[in-house]
Write a protein that binds this ligand. Sequence first.
Ligand SMILES: Nc1ncnc2c1ncn2[C@@H]1O[C@H](COP(=O)(O)OP(=O)(O)OP(=O)(O)O)[C@@H](O)[C@H]1O
Ligand SMILES: [Mg+2]
Length: 267
Amino acid sequence: MSIQHTDDVPQRTPLPEQSFHEKENRMTIADLEPTTPRREDEHPLYRVAGVTRTYTQKGRIVKALTGVDLDIMPGEFVTIQGPTGGGKSTLLQLLGALDTPSTGSLLLDGRELASASAKELGRIRAEEIGFVFQGFNLIPTLTATENVDMALEPLGLDRAQRRTRVAEALAHVGLDDRGDHLPTELSGGQQQRVAIARAIVKRPRVLLADEPTGNLDESMRDEILTLLESLCAEGITIIVVTHDSAVARHATRRLRLTKGVVQDITK
Ligand SMILES: Nc1ncnc2c1ncn2[C@@H]1O[C@H](COP(=O)(O)OP(=O)(O)OP(=O)(O)O)[C@@H](O)[C@H]1O
Ligand SMILES: [Mg+2]
């Protein structure tokens, strides 16, 4: 808990003597309010420092990320924009523990992903990270329920727990009456909702989305954005790669990635 010097704050009724860590310091009421944590007290969900990612393609070197420094706090809604080839998907794959940096440090909740084993990265992906892609990536031969249920496979839940979780996730995205539909029996927006249900059914810390509205018309795009905003309000950190500035308007923080370097363009 942080301590604020009395000089910096307006006059307040003194708190009981035993609440003080030091006599000359005084905690404010805000410090005691658990529902409004002070931002500087929080640990970043992601701490990216000096990250590069270089691909070698047929003997040619492609520098996709050339030095990314970035903190993302829990509960943020971050968008990443930028020109094609700028490194957006590359960065998202690193944040999603699908890939590791060539150099630099990438901490997720204090754990170093850059040096984590494949097994540990797999566990983190399965338990803590939800992915949503432009093309929905649903398995065409499985129903909505079965597609969502697949994400629970690595978690070791019993059948009853899985059934409850899947039903909750589908209800959460407004599709409780579409569980037995195949992807071809759903609209594009509904397919993306199933994909979001599949991403959230594991109750992840963070949801990463690469152009999630790229294949949707405007009204479906707005539905998906409203859904992402409500998930963010429930405490899931949202990171969205997008070419669409209408998507970026929903963000609490806007980043731009150009030639492998991140810039904050929120204001
Ligand atoms: N597996 C790979 N092997 C070699 N080069 C790659 C690989 N993946 C990406 N690249 C290169 O890295 C750079 C960044 O690619 P990335 O896919 O991250 O861009 P992007 O910002 O997501 O682009 P877009 O907006 O078109 O999706 C590009 O020059 C790309 O050609
Ligand atoms: Mg991309």
